[in-house]
Write a protein that binds this ligand. Structure first.
Ligand code: 3PG
Length: 206
């Protein structure tokens, strides 16, 4: 798989934090029911790898691992069944590890130099992170000039209300965000609310 294939499945990639393993499968089912199939599970909790394994068995779910920071994270995610990886930034070490194990990587960038480093390693579909704090829409427009061949997935500080403006940019094909999985909804098992949020996100035009 090429990470760019992920954009075929919809305009939003939810950024997911799983605190309780028991939430993993119903959460994935709720998102898929709302039309959101590509799921980024962040490696930020002790159960994240187990959650990736469990969610990967949910029909229709395409599960990747987020918050990859080191080569070992990429290997662990791959072993847990992640089919893609997302990182907050980019290092050549992480890129090399992902290439070696065959894990498609969507690396984070926030500056022109970081775009150049990722492109030098063959990566042209990049997460723009933290999107809002790092300059938002004006920055993405500015990057479109020198990097006309780069496609971005802005993530960080985006909501259902602001996503359309990002998705309207020619160099944006998909947005990431945690707004589809509010912590209180997950804690309370309010899967209907999450399905509704997923429906609204998957209906966004681009
Ligand atoms: C993250 O890494 O937590 C993502 O960028 C999500 O950001 P958000 O919570 O602002 O959507």
């Amino acid at each position: 798989m090429n990470t760019l294939e992920l954009v075929d499945h919809g305009p939003v990639i939810p950024v997911i934090v799983i605190d309780r393993l028991a939430d993993a499968v119903p959460l994935a089912e709720a998102l898929v029911a709302g039309g959101v199939r590509v799921l980024e599970v962040t490696l930020r909790t002790p159960v994240a790898l187990q959650a990736i394994r469990a969610m990967s068995a949910v029909p229709g779910a395409i599960v990747g691992a987020g918050t990859l920071r080191q080569a070992a994270d990429a290997r662990a995610a791959h072993e847990a069944g992640a089919v893609f990886g997302v990182s907050p930034g980019y290092t050549a070490e992480l890129g090399a590890a992902c290439r070696e194990i065959g894990l498609p990587l969507l690396p984070g960038v926030a500056t022109a130099s970081e775009v150049m480093a990722a492109q030098a390693d063959g990566l042209s579909f990049l997460k723009f992170f933290p999107a809002t704090a790092a300059g938002g829409i004006p920055m993405l427009k500015a990057l479109a000039g020198p990097f006309a061949d780069v496609v971005f997935c802005p993530t960080g500080g985006i909501s259902l209300a602001t996503a359309p403006d990002f998705l309207a940019l020619p160099n944006v094909k998909v947005c990431g965000g945690s707004w589809l999985t509010p912590a209180d909804a997950v804690r309370n098992g309010d899967w209907a609310r999450i399905t509704q949020l997923a429906r609204e996100a998957s209906a966004l035009a681009r």
